[in-house]
Write a protein that binds this ligand. Structure first.
Ligand SMILES: C[S@@+](CC[C@H](N)C(=O)[O-])C[C@H]1O[C@@H](n2cnc3c(N)ncnc32)[C@H](O)[C@@H]1O
Length: 273
């Protein structure tokens, strides 16, 4: 548990993940029926980019720091509007805060955060938000305890682990099986780092071999993924993506590539429906 997201908040990987996440959540708003989001690795929810940790790495400067000029016609606007509402770019909202801003009365967000201090800070944000629940617990373990959701028949499980453990991809494969066994129509979004292509390809293949269907991978590379010690790119794997998501993701990634001066992007259907 050494990972602290405060060092990385607002970097290119966060921008990519959060812009796409807002598109996923928007898809649920097309119908009035309630939805539930389970954010298994939630973080602290709100990041002050003037803090010591962010000052030290300055990672946000090549992420959200380059997006302040984006206008209302940008494909990134739905996400950036939420960032600005929170006081961004200086105050940067993480996944639980972004999701909570999009919930209606009938919808529900459940957050898991294993680090006690981070959980305490996250809990503090939502003391007056009745449809957000915060747990101090292991996000993987929570899948068995909290699925299927009690409050809705549809929803999203977001898994955004710190990749501190060498077996994180294997844990993710198991997590997908657990989710699909308990919440078969649930949408799943998994963030992963791209350092080198080999582990990412193996992850995609393992899901395909396990019989998982309807998988889309959106990736943004800042440079060719040849140095395995660097975060060269960022991926979001979406299982059961909503209608129209691939097109939205393409437009958002193209915009991020231009603004962040990235190397390339891709949106690939790994397995069809
Ligand atoms: C990448 S950060 C999450 C960022 C957040 N999802 C966002 O987008 O704003 C990963 C978080 O997972 C927490 N964490 C690590 N292992 C965990 C586990 N097994 N279960 C739940 N949380 C965990 C870390 O303390 C850290 O805050």
């Amino acid at each position: 548990m050494n990972y602290r997201h405060a060092y990385h908040a607002g970097n290119f990987a966060d921008c990519m993940k959060h812009a796409l996440l807002v598109s996923l959540i928007s898809s649920f708003l097309r119908k009035p029926t309630p939805f539930m989001v389970l954010d298994t690795h939630a973080g602290i929810g709100r990041y002050d980019l003037r803090c010591e940790e962010a000052e030290k790495t300055q990672e946000w400067r090549t992420g959200i720091g380059l997006l302040t000029e984006e206008g209302p016609d940008s494909p990134l606007a739905p996400w950036l509007d939420l960032v600005r509402k929170e006081g961004g770019p200086e105050i940067y909202p993480g996944s639980p805060l972004l999701i909570s801003m999009m919930l209606r009365e009938q919808d529900h967000l459940i957050c898991c955060e294993k680090h006690p201090e981070d959980k305490r800070r996250l809990y503090g944000i939502f003391t007056r938000t009745p449809n957000v629940t915060v747990h101090e617990r292991d996000g993987y373990e929570a899948l068995r305890a909290l699925l299927p959701p009690q409050t809705a028949k549809r929803g999203l499980v977001l898994i955004d682990p710190p990749f501190e453990e060498p077996n994180e991809f294997a844990r993710l494969e198991n997590a997908v099986q657990t989710i699909q066994a308990r919440f078969s129509n649930g949408m799943i979004a998994i963030w992963y780092p791209i350092k080198h292509r080999t582990p990412v390809r193996a992850f995609h293949m393992a899901l395909q071999d396990a019989g998982v269907r309807d998988i889309l991978a959106a990736e943004l590379l800042m440079r060719p993924p040849v140095d395995p010690d660097r975060l060269n790119g960022s991926g979001l794997l979406v299982i059961k993506p909503p209608f129209g998501f691939a097109e939205q993701a393409k437009a958002q990634l193209e915009r991020l590539k231009t603004r962040l001066n990235a190397h390339e992007w891709s949106v690939t259907q790994i397995v069809p429906e």
